[in-house]
Design a binder for this molecule. Structure first.
Ligand code: NAI
Ligand code: AKG
Length: 488
């Protein structure tokens, strides 16, 4: 493991230079496993820094878009190699900055490497089609052009993968980028940006501006020089970003919350279903937009499933993600912990029955961190807040139903539609679920979380702006189609 160097001061990256914020201020990025530990000091920028970054991105745009896709892809290939070389150090930074276990952080960092390599290859794939014209002398075809400058607003829960699955396609399709990471994980973002700098990305093509979301976010979303904005985070902020983009005719893409159900049918393999419920619901401390939060169980197997689930939950080891003994780390920040605890209280107030957890976790090594016990509620009705609102924490709501049809109807009774899964061995049940479930990602005999970088990802209903990220689907957001008609 790399020796960790804390308390370093990080800077913005604008026009190929590491630059202090115009305010001259920095803020500490704290370790959620131990609030006394400063991971690094990150810039507390102002809108002037966004102006400079956008100007740099605009200035770099013409030369970058004129390169071939293969040339742009080779920069991504080199950045992937640097990220791979630094994977241990960057994963450790991620664990210290937002709390997920080192194994998960390492997996995510290597996923970042794979994302970069995948999109490097996209630079050499087809970007249009030839269409027969009604004019026999004409050539009619489509091509794709970049949007120009793309603003990336990313959250803290996947501080390597999400910025990369937005930035890599933006770049390879010829856009220049201004990245505004979550302030909670700005050190990790600075290190990812260092990988591009070392890879020789031309000045101004990728810029990093760190600062408070409520200052830097709107400055980017409202900036007339930003042609497209891609956002992952909460619904409330996503709506603001979309309004700002719409008001000035910029393209936008939103990935927001989930309230993802897992259905346990009467014929489910209960051991596997329990494993998937725990992994999908509690890994990363439940802080995934694809995390399982509603467990919808057909009554016949309810008691058996519940007994197995509670026995497994009792063995979960909480602790600092840096320790190999920890299975679940803290919430990523104090505000997130408080939100989770408030939802737990609301669950109790609304009449749900607490089966496990339900409080802040204390004990040796935990008192300085933002730990919440893995929590399970029974007797949850679909109207309760804990069954309707995204909690983003280690809380599972068990809901009993009488039939598979009722299970699917209950699963669909949500404002969200990101991911859903079912455990069953019946092909008819599988096909009904695939057909009737309103979610962008449906998974059979697998947990709700788990996104593959080469496949489209996005939600229905309030979970997204109905666009898709990742895989080849990413081209739809990061480019515009140009239809070309040519006559001799
Ligand atoms: N879909 C997902 O993957 C995520 C969902 N969330 C949800 O959001 C809740 C709150 O977490 P937060 O960190 O507060 O999410 P958030 O939506 O405030 O933050 C996401 C990103 O937006 C930025 N931001 C904040 N205010 C902004 C504004 N006014 N304009 C533009 N950008 C702005 C943040 O700095 C960050 O980069 C969580 O409890 C969870 O429910 C949070 C993170 C990721
Ligand atoms: O489940 C995953 O791998 C990705 C989840 C995600 O996109 C998110 O939480 O924002």
């Amino acid at each position: 493991m790399t020796a960790f160097q804390g308390e370093q001061v990080y800077r913005n990256y604008i026009q190929g230079e590491w630059t202090a914020a115009s305010t001259g201020r920095t803020v500490p990025s704290l370790n959620p496993a131990n609030r006394q530990e400063v991971v690094g000091y990150v810039p507390d920028s102002a809108s002037e820094d966004v102006d400079r970054a956008v100007a740099a991105a605009q200035a770099a745009s013409r030369a970058w878009r004129r390169l071939s896709g293969a040339e742009r892809g080779s920069v991504l290939h080199r950045a992937a190699n640097v990220l791979e070389r630094r994977a241990d150090e960057i994963a450790e930074t991620m664990t210290r900055e937002m709390g997920k276990t080192l194994a998960e952080a390492k997996g995510e960092t290597l996923r970042g490497v794979a994302i970069l390599r995948y999109y490097a290859g996209e630079g050499m794939r087809s970007i249009g089609e030839v269409i027969p014209s009604t004019d026999s002398e004409a050539l009619l075809f489509t091509t794709r052009v970049p949007l120009g400058v793309v603003g990336v607003i990313s959250p803290w829960n996947f501080p390597v993968a999400i910025p990369l699955w937005k930035t890599a396609p933006a770049l390879v399709y010829g856009n220049t980028v201004v990245l505004k990471p979550a302030q909670e994980t700005a050190v990790t973002a600075a290190k990812v940006t260092e990988c591009f700098a070392e890879a020789g990305i031309p000045a101004g093509v990728l810029n990093l501006v760190c600062g408070s979301g409520s200052v830097i976010g709107p400055a980017l979303a409202e900036h007339p020089g930003v042609n497209g904005i891609t956002f992952t985070g909460s619904n409330a902020v996503g709506k603001q970003v979309s309004r700002a983009a719409l008001a000035r005719g910029a393209k936008y893409q939103l990935e927001m919350g989930g309230k993802n159900p897992i259905i346990i049918a009467a014929d489910a393999n209960l051991d596997l279903a329990v494993e998937a419920t725990i992994s999908g619901g509690l890994k990363s401390t439940g802080q995934k937009c694809t995390a399982t939060s509603r467990v919808i169980i057909v009554r016949e197997v309810y008691e058996a499933f519940k007994a197995k689930l509670l026995s497994q939950i009792a063995s979960i080891r909480l602790g600092d993600g840096m320790s190999a003994d920890s299975w679940m780390g803290p919430c990523a920040n104090e505000r997130q912990m408080d939100t989770v605890l408030q939802y737990i209280q609301q669950g109790l107030d609304e009449g749900a029955v607490l089966l496990a957890g339900g409080a802040r976790a204390d004990g040796p090594g935990l008192s300085e961190g933002f730990y919440v016990q893995p929590t399970v509620f029974d007797g949850v009705t679909p109207q309760m807040s804990i069954a309707r609102e995204e909690i983003f924490g280690p809380v599972l709501a068990l809901i009993t139903v009488d039939s598979l049809q009722e299970a699917i109807d209950t699963a669909n009774d949500s404002d969200y539609g990101l991911s859903a899964s079912i455990y069953t061995q019946n092909i008819g049940s599988v096909l009904s679920f695939i057909r009737d479930m309103d979610a962008g990602l449906v998974r059979v005999n697998a947990e709700t979380a788990g996104v593959e970088l080469q496949a489209p990802f996005g939600g229905m209903k309030m979970s997204s702006s109905h666009s898709r990220e990742q895989g080849q689907a990413a081209i739809e957001f990061f480019t515009s189609i140009k239809t070309v008609f040519v006559k001799p």
